[in-house]
Design a protein around this ligand. Structure first.
Ligand code: IMP
Ligand code: MG
Length: 172
């Protein structure tokens, strides 16, 4: 049986989201932005975060896949859904659940820069360093973690555990 161990409480999550919202609000200083949710993992974080940003925010969604049912990235990115909004000249904030190898976020930062955005920045709820392969410039980070596989608050293992309201480490 997989073992779940609580790591980050619902209260701590709410506190970090609020802090990030304040940082992002200060950074954009009233300028409009497009927040892009990286499905599915970032969905819960995204819904909480966009409501804390005090700037006009448009939302859009993207879905990629670099994982199969395992816990390690395959390194290959597959597009499942692209954004609908025209991003030309807009401020883009990519919202991710977690940065692990860095491959996904690195790809997305470049992808949106190539779409002619005015600015492209990234927010991730968790920045996990142990398996980093590419340096990533993520401006807004909720929690830093050195290692471990975590689930809950949108994060899954083989599509399970996304709807936990806290974050737990998973041991298989
Ligand atoms: P990266 O391209 O290796 O940085 O992978 C990023 C994606 O891998 C995230 O958006 C997650 O979907 C997934 N991922 C990485 N680490 C974990 C974890 O500890 N738990 C759940 N998903 C993870
Ligand atoms: Mg993800």
């Amino acid at each position: 049986m997989p073992k779940l161990t609580p790591l980050i409480t619902q209260t701590e999550i709410a506190h970090q989201v609020q802090r990030l919202g304040e940082e992002i609000t200060a950074f954009y200083a009233g300028e409009p932005l497009v927040a892009i949710c990286v499905l599915k993992g970032a969905s819960l974080f995204f819904a909480d975060l966009v409501r804390t940003i005090k700037s006009p925010v448009e939302i859009d969604f993207i879905q990629l896949s670099s994982y199969g049912a395992g816990t390690e990235s395959t390194g290959q990115i597959i597009f499942k859904k692209d954004v609908d909004i025209d991003l030309q000249g807009k401020n883009i904030l990519i919202v991710e659940d977690i940065i692990d190898s860095g491959i996904t976020m690195n790809f997305l930062l470049q992808y949106f820069k190539d779409k002619g955005a005015k600015s492209v920045n990234a927010a991730a709820f968790v920045d996990k360093s142990e398996r980093r392969e590419i340096e990533v410039d993520c401006k807004f980070v909720g929690i830093k973690l050195s290692k471990g596989f975590i689930v809950g608050y949108g994060l899954d293992y083989a599509e399970q555990y996304r709807c936990l309201d806290n974050i737990c480490t998973l041991q298989l």
